[in-house]
Structures are given as C-alpha cells and as structure tokens.
Design a protein around this ligand. Structure first.
Ligand code: ADP
Ligand code: MG
Ligand code: MG
Length: 210
C-alpha cells in the first residue's frame, strides 16, 4: 500500500535523525535525569522500524503499520518515553486507519488523540517540563492550520516551527514529573530531553511531507 510505504519512509528518516542525535539527547537527560533518553529512543525507533518493515512487506495499510510499530517501540525502548511514544503512535495509527489516503484532517485528529493519550497515560500537564510542553502547542498549531485550510505539508511545517520554539522554552521550566524531579533545580537552563526529541521528530516529518 502506498500510504504504508510513505509512513515507512518517514519512520526510516526518524530513525536516522534519532541515531544522529542519540548522544546529545542522552547528555540532556543526564543533566537532571538518568541519561538514557538517547539510547531509549534509539532502541524504540529501530524496533518500530524493523516491525514496520515486516508489516509493510505483508501488504498492511498505514494504520496497522503504525499500531504495530507503536507496540514494538514501547517494547524495545523501555522507560517512560518509550511507553508514551507507543501510546502516541497507536493513537495516530488508529485515527489514520488503513482504508483511504490519510488527509490533513485525519492527521491533525490523530495528533490530537496522541496528545490526549499521552496526557491521560502520563498525567503531566503543560508546565511540568515534559514532552507535553511541545505536544500541546504542536497539536494546537497543526489543528488550527488545517482548520484554516492549509495543506498538510504547510500546516505541519508551521506546527513543527512552533514545536521547536516550545522545546527551547522548556529550558526555563522546573520538572514536576518523571525522573528529573528530584534534581529539578539542576535542570534550569537545559531543555527537557523528551521535548527536544519530539521537536526533532516533527521537524523530520515536516521535511518528508514536502
Ligand atoms: P525515563 O524517564 O524512564 O528514563 P526517558 O529518559 O526515555 O525515560 O524519557 C524521559 C522523558 O520522558 C522526559 O524528558 C519527558 O519529556 C518524558 N516524560 C517523563 N515522564 C513523563 C510524563 N509523566 N508525561 C509525559 N512525558 C513524560
Ligand atoms: Mg531517562
Ligand atoms: Mg530511564
């Protein structure tokens, strides 16, 4: 299926970017966390990619591919962010489905469901210094651009720029969730690792949608 091949190519690009940035993500997580965010994301995305290749070879649609990739990501990554990425990709895969060519509305709806799933599962709120601080403005910006009638590549590009700014802005926040909590003050001036990796990933997707 064509849409599954497209999603597979996007996952492949994400894996390249995560591998290229794994060391830096680990260093950011080590400032106040346990330093495993780079290696965790790398394991997760490579597991997801391997599973997605298998599923695509069997002729599955984009939705099934993403849901199976999600399970593999959570499984291989371990850690909080792995479980949350599993929740996010399952939500997007479910919203896209296998039938039609995914349109901008469905993609925006999937991202909104991913945001709601992560907030429900992880219980973090905006301001807690987590990936939620990027996911909320990203999703809102994407939905607003799609509602204005922007085509998906343009809408996603705008939202990815919002995400980049939001990730940098987490440097000023004190962590209230996750492993960084006990060393909160040490993290002032450093952005949240999960926020940075999310912004990197949505920027990579923006390039692939052009
Ligand atoms: P772990 O914290 O288990 O070592 P990672 O280092 O891979 O896992 O991921 C850490 C990132 O996960 C944090 O930088 C933050 O963005 C995100 N995170 C942690 N806890 C939560 C939560 N409850 N809700 C949302 N995101 C969270
Ligand atoms: Mg960690
Ligand atoms: Mg850990």
């Amino acid at each position: 299926q064509q849409s599954a091949q497209r999603v597979l190519a996007i996952l492949d690009a994400i894996a390249v970017v995560i591998q290229r940035n794994a060391e830096q993500l680990g260093r950011i997580d080590a400032v106040a966390g346990d330093g495993d965010h780079g290696i965790g994301m790398e394991r997760g995305v490579l597991g997801a990619l391997a599973q997605a290749r298998d599923v695509a070879a069997q002729g599955a649609g984009a939705g099934t591919l993403l849901c199976q990739a999600a399970d593999a990501w959570a499984d291989k990554a371990g850690g909080t962010s792995g479980a949350l990425w599993g929740v996010a990709l399952t939500a997007i895969g479910t919203a896209l489905g296998d039938e039609s060519k995914p349109d901008a509305q469905r993609v925006a709806e999937g991202v909104k469901q991913a945001k709601e799933g992560i907030m429900h599962f992880g219980k973090a709120q905006p301001g807690d210094k987590t990936m939620v601080d990027v996911l909320v403005p990203f999703s809102d910006s994407l939905s607003a651009a799609v509602a204005r009638g922007e085509a998906l590549p343009d809408a996603w590009q705008l939202a990815a720029e919002t995400a980049q700014a939001a990730a940098q802005a987490t440097a000023q926040l004190l962590p209230k969730m996750g492993r960084a909590r006990p060393l909160a003050e040490k993290s002032l001036g450093t952005p949240d690792a999960g926020a940075v990796s999310l912004a990197l990933i949505v920027a990579t997707v923006a390039e692939r949608l052009r």
